[in-house]
Design a protein around this ligand. Structure first.
Ligand code: SIN
Length: 491
């Protein structure tokens, strides 16, 4: 079962290439011997065959994590910070191998995979620092004979369910704060990208995390494993990144034991270019945000609103930049747009395009699928609000452009969605910048900036884009419980 991938030599990943799950400090197969294949979306080839854990395996893993909790919780914050710092250093030391594994299993271009290693490691570094600042409070008491103190304690075993579009950073953004606060973690990576998760778990083992503290559950039996993670009362917190539909299902399942839950879900990001914008800067921001990971991020621009007065200039510059993008295998240096993750992802992009064309949109650039899972970067004009592409995230390299004439009108259009994750706008008028930033119904607003993700700021959405925030000084709050201590009888 423990297949050595055909492409190991190419990768040069050595011991980082793991195909067994990592439970309680042991590299392990599924109890029933099941396994599943991992594919390279750039070529369709099988990269590796990985242990396919079932519900009983997961139950045992949860038990082991729970047993590891007291000792890990009770070690000093400084000790936990040291473990995290060692892990961070090892991840950065192995940046190239990790980036190649990531590209191989998710198709992301190599420069972006390298960037994701840095981005992902930054969460571990940040929370190593935050570990030592989980302060409590002393509250002036309501009577003379009392003293009131609030402490923050580890929440207990944390389960994370992470997506394929950021195989490394969405793990570290969740487990960084959990581990910093003293919680063992169960990482359930997606079926598409388990290898990056296993590689970072190997580095966690090398960093010295005790058995049971970091666990990776590889599986294709997502429904039964998800149910166990939600319903098992020993798991005290579930943190999920993925689609809104799955987030709602997990929330319903977690309701059975009122498990604490953080959800980072879908978006439908508007990108507004006002008539006073620096158009060149807006084109640069739109390119960075729209085509990152071939358009497969929750914060990718989904709808471009351009003011009538700068419409022609923007369209001309944007379409030239999009035409120049190089599409290909992410392992080839110089590729800028890789494949989509799956046939399902490709079919969604085609569905959105067909719907837009049927409702009057025009293709200015691209507009076709290429061989395999590739889609040519596309610009659509004459987009309207009734199109599927205006209502739902396309999750692919298609940019629909809408024309607008009035600030109030565009804010209404931008907010007319159940989602509320990221939004962007470009303007040089400071009063407008404040006004629009406050009026946009989103958890995050990029003002004259198309790349807003960083470990130092709170990432998360409102409305149907989720619950909670990740990263920043706020991120660790979601992995601790407040406890109020009341000391009586003090004379
Ligand atoms: C996501 O797409 O879920 C995360 C994007 C990011 O962290 O920038």
């Amino acid at each position: 079962m423990n297949t050595i991938p055909a492409s190991e030599e190419l990768l040069g990943a050595g011991p980082l290439l793991r195909t067994r799950a990592y439970l309680n400090g042991t590299w392990t197969d599924a109890a029933d011997g099941a396994a599943f294949d991992v594919f390279n979306p750039a070529t369709g080839e099988v990269v590796a065959t990985v242990a396919d854990l079932g519900r009983d395996d997961v139950r045992r893993a949860i038990g082991a994590a729970h047993d590891a909790w007291p000792a890990f919780r009770d070690c000093t914050a400084k000790d936990r910070a040291s473990l995290l710092k060692r892990w961070n250093a090892l991840i950065l030391e192995h940046k190239e191998e990790l980036a190649r594994i990531m590209t191989l299993e998710c198709g992301k271009v190599l420069t972006e995979s390298r960037g994701e290693v840095d981005y992902g490691a930054a969460f571990i570094e940040w929370f190593a620092e935050e570990a030592r600042r989980t302060y409590g409070d002393v509250i002036p008491a309501n009577t003379k004979d009392k003293r009131i103190v609030v402490i923050r304690q580890s929440i207990g075993v944390v389960a994370t369910i992470t997506p394929w579009n950021f195989p490394l950073a969405m793990i570290t953004r969740k487990v960084g704060p959990a581990l910093a606060a003293g919680s063992p973690v169960l990482i359930k990576p997606p079926t598409e990208t388990p290898l990056t998760a296993l590689a970072v778990a190997y580095l966690a083992e090398q960093a010295g995390f005790p058995p049971g503290v970091v666990n990776v559950i590889t599986t294709s039996r997502n429904a039964e494993v998800g149910l166990e993670l939600c319903e098992n009362p020993l798991v005290r917190k579930l943190s999920f990144t993925g689609s809104t539909a799955t987030g709602k299902l997990l929330m319903r399942q977690c309701a059975s034991n009122l498990k604490k839950i953080s959800l980072e879900l879908g978006g439908n990001a508007p990108f507004i270019v006002f008539e006073d914008a620096d158009v060149d800067a807006a084109v640069k921001g739109a390119m960075a945000s729209k085509f990152r990971n071939s358009g497969q991020t929750c914060v990718c621009v989904n709808r471009l609103y351009v003011h009538d007065r700068v419409y022609d200039e923007f369209i001309d510059k944007f379409s030239k930049a999009v035409s120049a993008l190089r599409v290909g295998n992410g392992l080839d240096e110089g590729t800028q747009v890789g494949p989509l993750i799956s046939e399902k992802g490709l079919a969604k992009v085609k569905r959105h395009l067909d719907d837009a064309l049927a409702k009057g949109a025009k293709v200015l650039v691209g507009g076709q699928a290429l061989e395999g899972l590739y889609f040519r970067p596309t610009v659509l004009t004459d987009a309207t609000a009734d199109m599927l592409i205006a209502q739902d995230e396309v999750f692919g390299p298609v940019a629909p452009v809408f024309r607008f004439r009035d600030e109030r009108e565009v804010i209404e259009l931008a907010n007319a969605t159940p989602y509320g994750l990221a939004s962007y706008f470009y303007s040089r008028d400071i009063a407008r910048c404040w006004r629009v930033a406050e009026a946009l119904d989103y958890g995050m607003v990029g003002i004259n900036d198309g790349m807003i993700s960083t470990e130092v700021a709170p990432f998360g959405g409102i409305k149907e884009s989720g619950i909670g925030r990740e990263g920043s000084k706020y991120g660790i709050d979601y992995f601790t419980e407040l406890k109020y201590l009341c000391f009586g009888g003090i004379s």
